[in-house]
Design a protein around this ligand. Structure first.
Ligand code: GLU
Length: 277
């Protein structure tokens, strides 16, 4: 009887804790409030060379990581006080909404649909959807060759996967994986004919497998990378926009982009104009 009572109280306490943090074990504090406490949790990709990579030695690298560190620094948080968390494409809105991350810098395109759930600082990089194929492929040369029931791989919850469903659903077979590195494995093993996502992401994979993979055609969408924050958190969004402006005007933006794509042949685009909507 007594034990039963204790269990009931404990269960009640757990239920309350879940409600208090908005379910999902995250925090209710804003990014700015966490920064004022001296720490931040940032969502990045773990498997995208040049952009967001979790290295074997435990370190993190890539342009998104450098942007996140620059932003954190401007918010008063040292790099060693950033906790990086993997943010797969399909989980980004949920991670922000549940307070499991303070912000996300993970090749995250600003879209109206996503703006219904989260807000975006930026953009901090412009790119566009493109195609990655095996180096010996000759029949896929760009978006116009997406026909003949080809097998195309992209990632769940991403804008390129949605674009294929909207525009090429009858022409190609779309296979959706959780990450682009899984798509690249499938491409190398021959189980898909092409991988589609943003040009800058595909450039990183092509550079990792010289002579084996190549990017083909011209980008056929415009993707604007933003930093995702909790919807309505104007204070944090403004601070992040200020930091992006400072990164661009100081030259740190260009240096970071060139450093992360050195030797890949990737041409650094002009920096975008931050949109303070
Ligand atoms: N930028 C696109 C998106 O946000 C594709 C890259 C990604 O999935 O991270 O969906």
């Amino acid at each position: 009887m007594r034990l039963n009572h204790v269990l009931k109280v404990a269960a009640g306490a757990v239920a309350l804790a879940v409600v208090a943090t908005g379910c999902g074990g995250g925090s209710d504090k804003t990014a700015s409030q966490h920064a004022a406490d001296g720490k931040l949790t940032v969502g990045i990709k773990y498997d995208q060379p040049g952009l967001g990579l979790h290295n074997k030695d435990g370190s993190f690298s890539g342009f998104d990581v450098d942007v996140a560190k620059f932003v954190a620094d401007k918010m008063g948080v040292k790099p060693e006080n950033i906790t990086f968390k993997e943010a797969p494409s399909a989980q980004r809105e949920t991670l922000i909404q549940n307070g499991q991350v303070d912000f996300i810098a993970a090749t995250y395109s600003i879209t109206d649909t996503r703006k219904e759930k989260v807000d975006f600082a930026g953009p901090y990089l412009l790119t566009g959807q493109s195609l990655l194929v095996r180096a010996d492929n000759t029949d896929i040369t760009g978006a116009e060759s997406l026909n003949g029931n080809k097998k195309l791989c992209s990632v769940k919850g991403s804008t390129p996967a949605q674009n294929v469903k909207d525009k090429y659903a009858k022409e190609v077979q779309l296979q959706e994986y959780d990450t682009y590195s899984l798509c690249v494995e499938a491409l190398k093993s021959g189980s898909v004919d092409a991988v589609t996502t943003d040009d800058v992401i595909l450039r990183g994979y092509a550079a990792q497998s010289p002579g084996a993979l190549k990017v083909v055609g011209a980008p056929f969408t415009v993707e604007k990378y933003g930093i995702g924050v909790k919807k309505g958190d104007t204070e944090s969004r403004t601070k992040i926009n200020d930091a992006i402006d400072a990164m661009i005007s100081s030259g740190a933006w260009k240096t970071a982009l060139e450093k992360n794509f050195a030797g890949t042949g990737f041409q650094a685009p002009a920096p975008p104009q931050v949109d303070r909507y």
